[in-house]
Design a protein around this ligand. Structure first.
Ligand code: ADP
Ligand code: MG
Length: 450
């Protein structure tokens, strides 16, 4: 992409984000791609069912961005993702060659970071792990469906993606799809609205492996029509010996408000449970995850951490992230128990319900202190770089950490308009998703405020 194309596209996304609800933006806009701009025509790659939405809602955004960046009217040529080629998200993200041939077309939506290799096995997950590996080795022939259930943060999503990644590694042509039940529901609703159900049917029924996460979301009376469609998809795949793997926070029989015939089918294959890791497994998981760090943990530090978080792996990972932040900041070589205890203090408090109300003034004070500007400057109209950053981060945090309304936040930041607050919030949020250094800054400030 040329420099100007990038500026144009960033602006399109920014304007769209400010005008749409977050969920709408995520669904319709976030995975669209600008391919090129030639002769005032922007070529945009989309899922074809999203075209109507773009035509109806985003024309003005494109016009605005076009005039801002190129000072001319930009028109649009939509191209679609319809050829089944498989690729993963990481490849999509790092692909800088934007010719159509080289773009990933149908996304399997696997997260490349989850593999069997980096899954630590303990007694609590051994069965689920083994079953997942056999399913990945011989999809559609061993356990079909495979149903994995267990509490939050115990590795269900990890295993689901690991299955998909292993299958794609063995056979790059395999048609694999990872989708949360929530997104399946979204897709269903959109296809109904656009009267394109046939496309949805085709899309799912030509799969070799369907990996569907958190199926409990589908267990609601109001979702009878979606359940019906899922039932048909399930049958079509199962009849053709295509593999289905499901995860859930409870057993099939406990999925109240799921049609009985679906429950019956979920019980056709193998149901495996994951329970919380015991102390030994927690130590093994921690040891596995700290390998990438370039500082050492004392053995007693690992044991201390394994003792602090005993119900879920996500918390253990979160604790390591806290420590990582501190270690990088203070340039530490060795993590002692004291350092660890200090680093995870906020997280430990976090896990108990908190009733503390944070005053906006406190946020302004801490942000100001961090960026070396005064609260008065934050509230002023000055536009020095540091002051603007402090102001925008402050507004972001005020929205993130307090229950104050946008107008109230605007008022506290020197009588600004609510749209200014929203703009600042979106802008910082956007940068945070791409820029680690700002994220570390913001986390540091947050820790000071809490
Ligand atoms: P769930 O889907 O069950 O809520 P996840 O699969 O999202 O849980 O796991 C939460 C985090 O913990 C992920 O980052 C995952 O990689 C990690 N994790 C969970 N179990 C293990 C394990 N046995 N070995 C390594 N990492 C794990
Ligand atoms: Mg999950």
């Amino acid at each position: 992409m040329t420099e100007n194309e990038k500026i144009f596209w960033d602006r399109v996304l920014e304007l769209a984000q400010s005008q749409l609800k977050q969920a709408t933006f995520d669904f319709f806009v976030s995975d669209a791609k600008l391919i090129k701009i030639e002769g005032n025509v922007a070529t945009i790659l989309l899922d074809d069912m999203k075209k109507l939405f773009w035509e109806k809602n985003l024309q003005p955004v494109i016009l605005t961005a076009g005039f801002e960046v190129f000072n001319t009217e930009i028109s649009i040529n939509y191209v679609f993702e319809d050829i089944p080629i498989h690729d993963n998200r990481e490849a999509a993200a790092t692909n800088t060659d934007t010719s159509i041939e080289n773009l990933p077309i149908v996304q399997n939506d696997l997260n490349p970071k989850y593999s069997f290799e980096n899954f630590v096995i303990g007694d609590e997950n051994r069965w689920a792990f083994t079953a997942s590996v056999s399913v990945a080795d011989l999809p559609g022939t061993t356990y079909n469906p495979l149903f994995i259930y267990g509490g939050p943060g115990l590795g269900k999503t990890h295993l689901l993606n690991a299955i998909g990644n292993a299958v794609v590694a063995n056979n790059p042509n395999a048609r694999v799809k990872y989708i949360s039940a929530e997104n399946f529901i979204n897709e269903f609703v959109v296809h109904i609205r656009l009267q394109k159900m046939d496309e949805l049917k085709q899309k799912f029924r030509k799969l070799d492996i369907l990996l569907i996460d958190d199926i409990q979301s589908l267990a609601k009376k109001s979702l009878a029509a979606t359940q019906e469609e899922f039932f048909n998809t399930f049958n079509a795949l199962h009849e053709n010996n295509k593999q289905i793997v499901l995860t859930s926070d409870r057993t099939p029989d406990d999925l109240n408000d799921l049609e009985q015939r679906l429950v019956t089918r979920f019980n056709w294959g193998l149901t495996v449970n994951i329970t919380p890791p015991d102390f030994e497994t927690r130590v093994a998981i921690l040891n596995n995850k700290i390998q990438e760090y370039n500082y050492k943990f004392r053995t007693e530090t690992i044991e201390y951490l394994a003792g602090q978080f005993d119900s879920n792996v996500r918390d253990l990972e979160g604790a390591l992230k806290d420590i990582n932040l501190v270690a990088n900041f203070k340039n530490l070589d060795v993590i002692t128990v004291e350092v660890a205890a200090e680093a995870i203090r906020a997280r430990k408090q976090d896990s108990s319900p908190k009733m503390i109300v944070i005053p906006i003034e406190e946020i302004q004070k801490q942000v100001g202190k961090f960026y070396g500007v005064t609260v008065k400057e934050i509230k002023s109209t000055k536009r020095t770089q540091n002051i603007v950053l402090a102001r925008q981060v402050g507004m972001y945090l005020a929205r993130e950490m307090t229950d104050n309304s946008l107008p109230k936040i605007g008022k506290e930041f020197g009588g600004r308009d609510h749209s200014t607050v929203l703009h600042a919030y979106n802008k910082i949020k956007n940068i945070l998703s791409q820029d680690d250094s700002l994220r570390i800054e913001v986390d540091t400030i947050k820790n000071k405020i809490k």
